[in-house]
Design a protein around this ligand. Structure first.
Ligand code: FAD
Length: 278
């Protein structure tokens, strides 16, 4: 039986703040021994922030595989090539190939979709390519089945692993998973898990991702609005319970949006450790 994957996602500090800001969180996160840690990039792409440097640090310091997020919206081919060369030189060989959000005023030049980027990364050679998928559908998609076609296309072009957008109702993920398999997608599809640990964060997350909040979660958020520690505990408990149900369904893995918080990640991991078989 294939091993259940457990991975983490972090965001790099701003270049002006310095890479040292992520050393302490990474110490705690790497101690969990995830299968890999993926590092987000700013809307402007990996070249603008510290994504590549943080991946390099994770790999060298902790020997944990690092996955660099790479967005292409607004980038040209020369910039993408430079970033790929930089990653290759540093021995980082896994990429999450993304289009990126269409920020106001951004024009698409050489790349229109993540599929264009996947083709280029595969042609460049030497990288395993991951791609994004959307349990509640991507906000720009007219039909849910369009997203499933896109997943299949991404896989046909060379993506070998999917990471999902966050969601709070496991039925959405299981519905997407079933649809993807029916569309012939065979790669592992990890469920993106976001612990809601403060009420303000959830508003921002919902705005960005479009995820809906089920009644059970809304009630918990309301109950702990003025109790930060209670909110943190309830938020972790909610995603632990949801993840246990997903693992009972035999999902390929869990990708935790760790938000650079080792304590939260550790608490979540302990909640699902047995079910992950670790
Ligand atoms: P695409 O796959 O291009 O999809 C965008 C839309 O176009 C969808 O509606 C899709 O159905 C459609 N589409 C795709 N391909 C085609 C095609 N060939 N022809 C016609 N239609 C097509 N953003 C960041 O800026 N930095 C990050 O680090 C980051 N990390 C992320 C990590 C994960 C796990 C996820 C799920 C998202 C992340 N995002 C990140 C957000 C992501 O950039 C946005 O969701 C973006 O709007 C879409 O990216 P995509 O790669 O899915 O795009």
């Amino acid at each position: 039986m294939a091993k259940t994957i457990f991975s983490l996602e972090v965001f790099p500090p701003k270049r002006d703040d310095g890479i040292e800001n992520i050393y302490a969180p990474l110490r705690g996160l790497c101690a969990i021994n995830p299968d890999f840690i993926s590092v987000t990039c700013s809307a402007g792409g990996s070249a603008e922030g510290l994504t590549v440097e943080v991946c390099d640090y994770i790999r060298r310091e902790y020997d944990v595989p690092a996955v660099a997020h790479l967005t292409c919206a607004g980038s040209d081919r020369a910039t993408i090539k430079r970033t790929l060369s930089d990653l290759r030189t540093r021995g980082i060989d896994q990429i999450l190939a993304l289009r990126g959000d269409l920020a106001e005023g951004r024009t698409l030049t050489d790349y229109r979709h993540a599929t264009d980027l996947i083709s280029d990364v595969v042609s460049f050679g030497g990288f395993s390519v991951m791609a994004a998928c959307y349990p509640e559908g991507h906000k720009e998609s007219a039909r849910f089945s369009d997203d499933l076609d896109v997943m299949k296309r991404k896989e046909d072009l060379g993506a070998t692993h999917f990471l999902s957008q966050l969601f709070f109702d496991e039925r959405d993920f299981l519905h997407m998973l079933e649809g993807a398999r029916k569309h012939g997608v065979t790669s592992p599809i990890e469920a993106g898990i976001m612990p809601v640990t403060n009420a303000k964060q959830i508003v921002r997350m919902v705005q960005l991702s479009g995820a809906k909040i089920p009644e059970g979660l809304a009630k918990r958020i309301a109950r702990y609005e003025y109790d930060p520690e209670g909110m943190r505990r309830a938020g972790i408990e909610y995603v632990v319970e949801m993840s246990r149900r997903l693992l009972a369904e035999g999902v390929d893995g869990l990708h935790l949006y760790a938000m650079n918080n080792a304590d939260t990640a550790k608490a979540f991991f302990e909640g699902v450790r047995t079910e992950l078989g670790r």
